[in-house]
Design a protein around this ligand. Structure first.
Ligand code: FMN
Length: 174
């Protein structure tokens, strides 16, 4: 079985911390950590099982798009990737106290970029474990990935991650 590619950004901070937690759970033999800013289509094409890690850094009035430049460049590579036979799962960092109207929106932004490319997107999560008002990450009543809040619910991260990875392993062959 090929290795899992954990593509994430930004490097420092909560997204990076969780990327390392996930890599440790799978082990070095089973997963590679790759920064989205160092990445291109060729590298993505080496992996059939992919995990994306992103955070939501938005504007308060939401007039403009997100501002995470690591990802802006990465998005331009996505159409060049052969998505057939690839399975993708997304985790997203957010803050449900200060941004309850835009909780983990970036999961939804990434989902919207991947969907038209026919990527097989897995790892959806129920919303009832989370306290928030609105989120662009919701697709058909579920989060299109795993929301994590290291700012105000860090005590829940480990259990949420464990459950999610169990699901990816059992249902999606990770
Ligand atoms: C300027 C700014 C805007 C943010 N906007 C949002 C937001 O719209 N929705 C959300 O869920 N979290 C938002 N957050 C919270 C971050 O997503 C959260 O702190 C996350 O853990 C950051 O991870 P990182 O340091 O790895 O990028 C924002 C944080 C900052 C500093």
């Amino acid at each position: 079985m090929g290795k899992i590619g954990i593509f994430y950004g930004p490097e420092k901070g909560s997204v990076g911390k969780v990327a390392e937690l996930i890599a440790n759970i799978f082990g070095d033999d089973h997963a590679d950590l790759i920064l989205v800013k160092d990445c291109d289509a060729k590298i993505i094409n080496q992996y059939d099982k992919i995990i994306f890690g992103i955070s939501t850094i938005g504007t308060s009035n939401w007039d403009s798009e997100h501002t995470d430049t690591d990802w802006d460049v990465f998005f331009t590579h996505l159409p060049e990737v052969e998505w057939k036979n690839k399975t993708v799962a997304i985790y997203g960092l957010g803050d449900h106290i200060n941004y309850p109207e835009h909780f983990v929106d970036a999961i939804g932004w990434l989902y919207e970029k991947l969907k038209p490319l026919n990527a097989n997107i897995v790892g959806f999560c129920d919303t009832n474990e989370y306290d928030f008002n609105e989120s662009e990450a919701i697709v058909d009543g579920k989060f299109a990935g795993l929301p994590l809040d290291e700012d105000y619910e860090s005590e829940k991260t480990e259990e949420r991650l464990t459950q999610w990875i169990n699901m990816l392993q059992k249902e999606n062959g990770y």
